[in-house]
Design a protein around this ligand. Structure first.
Ligand code: AMP
Ligand code: MG
Length: 341
């Protein structure tokens, strides 16, 4: 599997205008494709304000990429990672993402830990030069991943010398959230976007029916395992099929690491989809639930009560939280089990 440069500079901007009939403005989608934050994105908006909203959204994504990228030497994250422990001024955008990282770090008891970056580097997930690091190397690097040492005070971020952070687990969710805001500011009432498979929707379809969002089958990633009906929601997935390599031992090693041992999280979950009102929160959660595994994820859901989830286990069961039972259609033979409150 080929690895693209993390958060590659927005390369491709393709504006596709679909349709312009008699009174079509309210019904026909304007669509924009772009490549940013290391992923392909598609934005679709309906109504007479769609063009302006799409343009504003693309500009906003480019702006966020420049702030949040871990590889762009001009970004705030890069500056903090390379400041030898000095405090670095950050924008409200970066602070919002860091606040969410801290909230979900606490709620997941460290399953989401944005300070895992040096360990991700050792595995080659940041460059594509994949390798299985030896245990001693991982242990040494893990000693430098205490997220609680990373601080934000007076809009200044401090990453201690020897540590590095990366927002790959939640930056796209924040970008989606900002796109939703651009759409609303421009008067769009119906829109749906996909940022590398993570979906966020405004309102419902122009005909008033719910959006139908496919959830990837982690065992057959070209197919959907189910369809979710949503309005005004984010649907965000973390999966073991998204970025991985095969080791000499024939084993698959994927890009979401368990901060407990520095190895790819292997707690019985192969994909975790989170559904909720806020894309930033859902993105942080999708990574956290993936690491937590089914039992901890269920406990997390019961404690938080402000999101829903679809978990797929390695032994091919679909676990859905009680709040989305009615909106989920299973397209597979896999059994569905409901996680009760
Ligand atoms: P996502 O697809 O949203 O689950 O994000 C996965 C990305 O988050 C990876 O490519 C890494 O950059 C980063 N990452 C991996 N493991 C963790 C972790 N335990 N906590 C926070 N970020 C992680
Ligand atoms: Mg995530």
């Amino acid at each position: 599997m080929q690895m693209r440069k993390k958060y590659a500079v927005s390369a491709l901007l393709l504006l596709t205008l679909c349709g312009c009939g008699a009174d079509p403005a309210a019904q026909e989608a304007k669509s924009l494709d772009l490549f940013a934050m290391d992923t392909y994105m598609n934005l679709k908006a309906y109504g007479s304000h769609a063009d302006a909203a799409l343009k504003a959204s693309a500009d906003r994504i480019t702006e966020l990429e420049k702030l949040l990228s871990v590889t762009d030497a001009g970004s705030e994250i890069y500056a903090a990672n390379h400041a030898d422990g000095a405090a670095v001024g950050i924008s409200p955008d970066t602070e919002t993402v860091l606040d969410m990282a801290a909230k979900v770090y606490a709620e997941s008891r460290g399953a989401l830990n944005i300070a895992m970056y040096p360990v991700l580097q050792a595995w080659g997930f940041t460059t594509g030069a994949y390798q299985v690091p030896d245990g001693e190397q991982i242990a040494a690097l893990l000693a430098e991943t205490d997220f609680l040492q990373v601080t934000v005070r007076d809009s200044k971020l401090t990453v201690p010398a020897g540590m590095q952070i990366d927002l790959g687990a939640l930056a796209k969710g924040y970008a989606g959230e900002c796109v939703m805001e651009c759409m609303r500011e421009n008067g769009v009432k119906s829109a749906i976007i996909s940022l590398g498979g993570n979906v966020q929707a405004i309102g419902s379809k122009p005909d008033g029916s719910a959006w139908k969002v496919g959830i990837t089958n982690p065992f057959l990633p070209d197919e959907n395992l189910g369809i979710l009906q949503v309005t005004d929601s984010a649907v965000i997935t973390s999966g073991n099929y998204e970025r991985y390599f095969e080791g000499d031992d024939g084993q698959r090693y994927w890009h979401i690491l368990d901060p407990a041992d520095g190895f790819p999280a292997d707690n019985g979950i192969v994909s975790a989809t989170v559904i909720g009102a806020n894309g930033l929160y859902c993105d942080a959660l999708s990574t956290a639930l993936f690491v937590e595994g089914a039992d901890r994820a269920a406990a997390h859901w019961r404690a938080a009560q402000d999101f829903q989830a679809v978990l797929v286990t390695e032994d091919a069961r679909i676990l859905i939280t009680a709040g989305i039972q009615d909106g989920f259609e299973n397209l597979t033979e896999m059994p569905v089990e409901v996680i009760a409150p």
